[in-house]
Design a protein around this ligand. Structure first.
Ligand code: ADP
Ligand code: ZN
Ligand code: ZN
Length: 818
């Protein structure tokens, strides 16, 4: 009887695809293993086996697979279930989920670009024949597609070979090259492999009697190992032994010592250090912890609302300890990679080597390593800290999920599919494992707080800062008034400058928040009014002073800064609006002796850039930190006593039903960076609208008031949490075609379903990368089953695809759009 497998291909297919396998292959294959398969005429993909059966496909002839790529499953049954949920719920294909869930090194395909790793030292004698052939081929050509390599070495089953070469670090994938950082490697030394036993050691020392310096190095190494109980840096050994690098080098050449490298930002736990017990909680923390545990006993997802600096993290620590004690894995999700830096060192004190970290800035080797450790339930993968993609790791026994700062919109993946919300997908994952799930925030999302209020979630709260530090004092400054009276110095009001001067005088630090990067969003000619626009997008180019460029923040297009107006030729160029760069520059004039740092997308490109800025600020090597949203998120600085919001209005006026909620969250969070230790912090909010309701609610810490008011509006206008929304985006480069297509679809939706459909409408930026965009918003009342609505939408989509004049119009679904 013929044997077949169903696989998931990493492409947007609705269905599984079927391949033929031999009996010998059937004996080896299991669900969750990868296979290399041909697809179409020339393509080769890495596919994932879902099941093995005897039913041939009806409409096509099943092809044979090329290779089996794993000896053991690398994906679990629960993962496949979870992916299927994500695909169904977020209206994408399981292939798209597969592609984004798995580290790219495990997903080689015909189009993958491969190149030689020029930095690796490869002993060519160690390569097997087929590996050597590929290696040679790559030496002669800079970069090759997997397909090309197959042709050159005249064989099809090449993926296992490439897999081994990746493992040896002999080759790289092209996507890695885009990363603009170089991980910092530190040189370590240890005793050579040969000197495992005491007798061998004795012989070694005897043989060195006539080389006192070398002997001194070996003895120092012993000494360091005994006292430090952790990897020994070559630098440290040089200092300790009071010899020179040449002596150490000689020993390395003799293979008495061995050198190796560790990337500094990877979690390398100091094994010698004692773990600390979790901190003893204060009464408010204890009350919250008890109520969380009670809710967990009733299998309830629980929301912890605790003001900034109330000690939520210490409560999480207790729950993690509970979980690890039971021998289960814990997942700690944070919205921003930047936060992991501080969090790791904090959690290491308690959990030491049980921690692994996973996020998108890890390179493919590191990702594969963490993947395998989690899969094998290794002791160093008991607590996983990560950004949203950590959700896709192959957990074996997940006991606890913590989603910190659950209100953060960066938990929602925007592009590409799957456009999932990591919080919600984590709750579903928790359901599959029956694990405890805790959401934490000082400013919960309206959705989560609503779920707590309606008892769908359990609830706990902490209202005081730890150590009874007062919440920072907030002050609104009317900059309209200040402008009128000509009291502004650049973008700084008198009040803000006063407070800054005082704070600096006290030797304390300041955070300034401006939610725009670059120098100014618009460069304008005061003679003719012309302002340079992006040729590909409907948006002005942002002026970046440092790079002397005008840049588009949507497509990356950039030009050198023009000296004269490109339209009329006059040199009367002026800027409108301001970004972080301009704030930084003004500071250099106003406070010439203050040390100013900046944290935004431009200043944090490299892998270690975040960490560097954060460390420098922590170590008080900077007095003032200017930043975008990035500075608002969960960072814990000890010496910050003043936070300035340069301009709150841009946030309030953002055209989105969540704008007010977000403004409240953002301002409360950034304010929460002030005065976290003993002294009461101060926050100055500059605005043209000091009487705006949201700003009042922020200054009085009135979350409840904000919630009630927003909920009322959401009910009125039928937005979440009372309705569900799906936003459809239509994309095409022809304006008219896009209009017709989106009209057609919206009309079909209205005709076939009794739901509210808004649009089609152009978004504020209606053309990006030469594609016009139009949105249709679908509002689905609670009570109406979501899957039915989605099914109807899919049906309309199928008819839409059959209309020839709409060919090429792309449709993107964003379920629970944020
Ligand atoms: P949150 O996560 O709510 O913003 P943190 O957990 O960061 O608050 O706590 C704020 C500060 O208070 C931290 O420096 C933390 O070490 C300290 N802290 C919190 N709880 C305790 C405790 N029970 N004992 C000692 N220090 C604590
Ligand atoms: Zn002009
Ligand atoms: Zn552009």
């Amino acid at each position: 009887m013929e044997i077949f497998i169903n696989v998931i291909l990493p492409i947007p297919l609705e269905k599984h695809f079927t391949y033929r396998i031999s009996e010998a292959e059937a004996a080896l294959l299991k669900s969750g293993m990868r296979v290399a398969v041909p697809f179409g005429k020339t393509k080769l993909y890495t596919a994932l086996v879902v099941d093995i059966h005897h039913t041939p496909p009806l409409v096509y002839e099943a092809k044979a697979i090329h290779d089996i790529l794993d000896e053991q499953p690398i994906v679990t049954a629960i993962q496949i279930k979870h992916w299927q949920w994500i695909a169904d719920y977020y209206m994408c294909t399981i292939g798209e989920v597969f592609r984004s869930a798995i580290p790219s090194a495990l997903l080689l395909e015909s189009e993958t670009l491969i190149l030689l790793n020029k930095e690796a030292v490869i002993d060519e004698d160690q390569l097997k024949d087929d590996e050597f052939m590929v290696y040679e081929a790559l030496k002669h050509q800079n970069i090759l597609r997997v397909n090309d390599i197959m042709e050159i070495v005249e064989r099809k089953n090449i993926l296992p070979v490439l897999g081994r070469l990746i493992k040896l670090e002999a080759i790289l994938l092209k996507e890695e090259i885009h990363e603009q950082y170089k991980p910092k490697m530190v040189r370590y030394v240890r005793l050579g492999q040969r000197y495992g036993s005491e007798t061998e050691l004795e012989e070694l020392l005897n043989s060195l009697t006539r080389a006192p310096k070398q002997s001194q190095v070996v003895l120092s190494l012993f000494h360091l190992q005994a006292t430090k109980k952790k990897p020994i840096k070559l630098d440290d050994l040089e200092v300790e032994s009071r010899t020179s690098r040449a002596v150490i080098r000689a020993l390395i050449n003799k293979e008495v010592l061995e050198e190796y490298f560790i990337q500094t930002d990877r979690v390398v736990f100091n094994g010698g250090k004692e773990l600390e017990p979790p901190k003893e909680l204060n009464e408010y923390q204890v009350a919250a912890l008890n109520s969380i545990r009670q809710n967990f006993d009733n299998n309830k997802v629980t929301l912890l609302k605790g003001v900034t600096s109330s000690g939520k993290t210490e409560v999480y620590v207790q729950l993690i300890a509970d979980c690890l004690r039971k021998g289960k894995q814990a997942l700690y999700l944070v919205p921003e990679i930047a936060i992991t830096t501080q969090l790791i060192s904090r959690l290491q004190e308690y959990f030491g080597s049980a921690i692994s970290v996973f996020h998108s800035k890890y390179n493919m080797q590191e990702k594969v390593e963490v993947w395998k450790n989690v899969l094998d339930n290794k002791s160093k993968a008991q607590l996983i800290i990560g950004a949203r993609s950590a959700l896709f790791l192959p957990f074996s026994d997940l006991g606890l999920i913590i989603i910190d700062e659950e209100h953060e919109t960066s938990f929602k993946q925007y592009d590409p599919a799957p456009r999932y919300h990591a919080r919600d997908a984590a709750i579903v994952l928790g359901g599959l494992f029956s694990s405890d799930v805790l959401l934490g925030s000082a400013t919960p999302s309206i959705e989560s707080y609503y779920n707590a209020q309606t008892s769908k979630y359990g609830y706990a709260q902490i209202d005081r800062r730890f150590g009874n530090v007062l919440m920072p004092e907030m002050e609104l400054v009317d900059i309209k008034e200040q402008h009128r009276k000509k009291r502004m110095n650049g973008h700084f009001s008198e009040r803000l400058l006063e407070e800054m001067t005082e704070t600096l005088r006290q030797g304390e630090q300041i955070i300034l928040f401006q939610n725009r990067r670059g120098y100014a969003p618009i460069l304008e000619c005061t003679t003719c009014g012309h302002s340079p626009q992006c040729p590909n997008c409907d948006v002005s180019l942002t002026y970046h002073m440092q790079r002397k460029q005008l840049r588009c923040h949507y497509c990356g297009h950039h030009i050198a800064l023009p000296q004269i107006c490109l339209a009329c030729g006059s040199n009367t160029l002026d800027t409108k609006g301001f970004g972080t760069e301009q704030v930084e520059q003004e500071l250099n004039t106003i406070f010439p002796s203050a040390r100013v740092g900046r944290m935004d997308l431009d200043s944090t490109r490299g892998k270690h850039a975040y960490a560097k800025i954060i460390h420098a600020f922590e170590n008080q090597e900077m007095d003032i930190l200017v930043g975008t949203q990035m500075v608002t998120k969960g960072l814990d600085f000890r010496n910050v006593n003043l936070v300035g919001i340069m301009n709150a209005d841009a946030l309030l006026n953002f055209p989105d039903f969540r704008a007010h909620e977000r403004t409240f969250q953002l301002l409360t969070q950034v304010a929460g960076r002030a005065g976290r230790t003993k002294k009461r912090g101060k926050v100055i909010i500059q605005t043209f609208n000091p009487y705006h309701q949201i700003l009042k609610q922020v200054t009085t810490g009135d979350y409840e008031g904000m919630f009630q008011e927003q909920l009322y509006e959401r009910e009125l206008y039928k937005y979440p949490p009372v309705n569900r929304i799906i936003r459809m985006t239509f994309k095409h480069k022809e304006y008219n075609k896009l209009n017709d297509a989106s009209q057609w679809f919206a009309k079909a939706l209205r005709n076939s379903m009794d739901i509210k459909v808004l649009g089609p409408e152009f978004p504020p930026v209606s053309r990006i990368r030469n594609q016009y965009l139009k949105h249709v918003l679908i509002k689905i009342p609670q009570g109406l089953p979501l899957y039915k609505t989605k099914k109807s939408i899919k049906r309309i989509h199928n008819s839409f695809d059959a209309v020839s004049q709409f060919k090429g119009v792309r449709i993107i679904y964003n379920v629970d759009y944020m």
